[in-house]
Structure formats: structure tokens, C-alpha cells
Design a protein around this ligand. Structure first.
Ligand code: PAF
Length: 287
């Protein structure tokens, strides 16, 4: 696997990969890779001739008081994992290459960016949409793979790709891959490594409480009451506070006060020991 850090090298390497009409799948990441990312690479390999991964810790998607400086950076280790998973090319630009002096453009996706993490982290999804649009333009992939763990992010990216007529054959070329979980149910995340051993054990309360809430909602329980109980259970499990716990329409992410006939999603963000964890799970529609 080749690692390239300049746009010129990227273009040369992509031209070689595309020889004879080969197809390319893109897996954008911020590094600090885990099994969830490697699952994306494996899925991508099934869909295209070559997989290109990117590693870029995007400053535009971190707020002033967030963990940009502390975010784990381990390029050599990540590159070895990507190569072993079958990735052909690693695009690893630095901040000056991605946003050169005088960079002035921002992409903002209204509506789907507004609630949930968008409300708790103002500007976050503008940063995500901007960098993913640039990555799509730089690599011009045939398909792209993202984890459903960041469910709202996936909705923002799909909306952006549709609205800006990005070069994909169809917006369905953007694939969401189900969340990969630890044995105790905790969703894999690069941020899990911030957790102390005690908090890591306690963090399993989050998916456990979500599953109980989903069983209750699917069984006909009142939604606002179940969400209140979910918050109580998560706090009792050792979390210090909850940014949001919502049932939302799985496509529009509009909040739901009751389950209807469309697929829904339970989404939550909560803090434990100073680390903010997010998770989401599907809720079956009432038929
Ligand atoms: O999910 C991530 O790792 C990032 O938000 C992404 C999509 C690579 C954009 O920086």
C-alpha cells in the first residue's frame, strides 16, 4: 500500500489505480483505527477493484473546547492496519494541504445538521460536510463507505452529495455500514481509548439501556416516558450527563413523539469521565 501526502502524488497514484477502468471505493477516516474502520475497508473491497482510505484529523469539525489536540494520531500503526485489510492507497494530507492559506469555502447542510449532535456541537457538521466534499472531489471514488455509528453524519453526507450533484452515479453509492460493537455491546469508537478501565466497564450501560428502551417502545410504551427512563438508566450506570436522547425518523432525523409506520432510530450522546460517547440503534416501525 502506498501512502501519499500531496495532491500531485494522489493524482498520479489514482491514475495508476484507475488504469484499465478499475473502480475505486473511498473510506474516509480520522485515523486511530479500530475494527469498525477495518470492517468498512473490507466492505469497500467487496464493492470495488481498489480501496483508497484517507486519514485526516479535520480541524474544521472540532469546536474550540473539543479534543483536536488530544485526538490520537498514529499514522504508521494505522497504515499497517489498512495495508493488512487490503487497502491499496492511503491519502494522508496535512492541514496546510487540505486548507491552504486563504482557504475560504464552507459547506453547510441545513435541516439534517441542526438537531442532535449539530445542536450540541455547533459548526461540527459544516466541518464534516466541507472536508468530505473535498475528499470526494480529490479522490473521485465510485463508491464511499461510512459507519452508521455516526448516523447523523451519514445523513448529512448523503444530503450534501445529492444536493451538490457529486460525481457518484447515485447517492446510493454512499454506503452506511452497521456499527461494530465490543463483546459487551459498546459501540467501537476511537474515543473509547480515553476511558479509564472503570469507565470503560461502566460504559456498557449505554447500549444496555438503549436496548431496553427500544424493547419498551416497540412493545407500545409511551415514547417521552421511555426516553426519560433511558436517561435515568444511563445516569445510574455511571454517565455524568446526557446531551440528548431522542427517537427520530430514520431518514429525516425529525424527532418523534410516537412510533409510526416508518423506520425510526434511537440516538443518544452522553458523557462519562469527560468523554463524550454517541450511539444509535434502529427501532422497528409499528405495522
Ligand atoms: O467519521 C469520521 O471519521 C470523520 O467525521 C470523517 C467522515 C472522516 C470526516 O472527517
Amino acid at each position: 500500500m502506498q501512502t501519499v501526502k500531496s495532491l500531485q502524488m494522489l493524482r498520479t497514484a489514482l491514475a495508476q489505480l484507475r488504469a484499465d477502468g478499475a473502480t475505486i471505493a473511498l473510506v474516509p477516516t480520522m485515523g486511530a483505527l479500530h475494527e469498525g474502520h477495518l470492517t468498512l475497508v473490507r466492505r469497500a473491497r467487496e464493492s470495488a477493484d481498489h480501496v483508497v482510505a484517507s486519514i485526516f484529523v479535520n480541524p474544521k469539525q472540532f469546536g474550540a473546547n473539543e479534543d483536536l489536540d488530544a485526538y490520537p494520531r498514529q499514522l504508521a500503526e494505522d497504515a499497517a492496519m489498512l495495508a493488512a485489510a487490503g487497502c491499496a492507497l492511503l491519502w494522508a494530507p496535512d492541514a496546510e494541504t487540505m486548507y491552504p492559506q486563504g482557504y475560504a469555502t464552507n459547506i453547510s447542510v441545513a435541516g439534517v445538521s441542526d438537531g442532535l449532535c449539530g445542536a450540541a456541537r455547533p459548526g461540527h457538521f459544516d466541518g464534516v460536510a466541507t472536508v468530505v466534499c473535498k475528499l470526494f472531489n480529490q479522490v473521485q471514488p465510485d463508491t464511499a463507505f461510512f459507519g452508521e455509528k455516526d448516523f447523523q453524519q451519514l445523513a448529512v453526507i448523503r444530503t450534501m452529495a445529492r444536493d451538490l450533484d457529486l460525481a457518484f452515479p447515485h447517492v446510493s453509492a454512499i454506503t452506511g455500514v452497521p456499527t461494530v460493537r465490543e463483546a459487551d455491546g459498546l459501540a467501537m469508537s476511537s474515543r473509547n481509548r480515553y476511558l479509564s478501565p472503570a469507565d470503560r466497564t461502566a460504559a456498557a450501560a449505554l447500549p444496555r439501556a438503549m436496548k431496553a428502551a427500544i424493547a419498551a417502545i416497540e412493545g407500545g410504551a409511551d415514547v417521552p416516558g421511555t426516553l426519560a427512563q433511558l436517561q435515568t438508566d444511563v445516569l445510574a450506570g455511571g454517565f455524568s450527563n446526557i446531551d440528548y436522547a431522542e427517537l427520530a425518523d430514520a431518514r429525516s432525523l425529525a424527532p418523534l413523539k410516537q412510533l409510526n409506520q416508518a423506520p425510526a432510530r434511537l440516538l443518544i450522546a452522553a458523557r462519562i469521565g469527560g468523554t463524550r460517547l454517541i450511539d444509535n440503534m434502529g427501532v422497528n416501525p409499528r405495522i
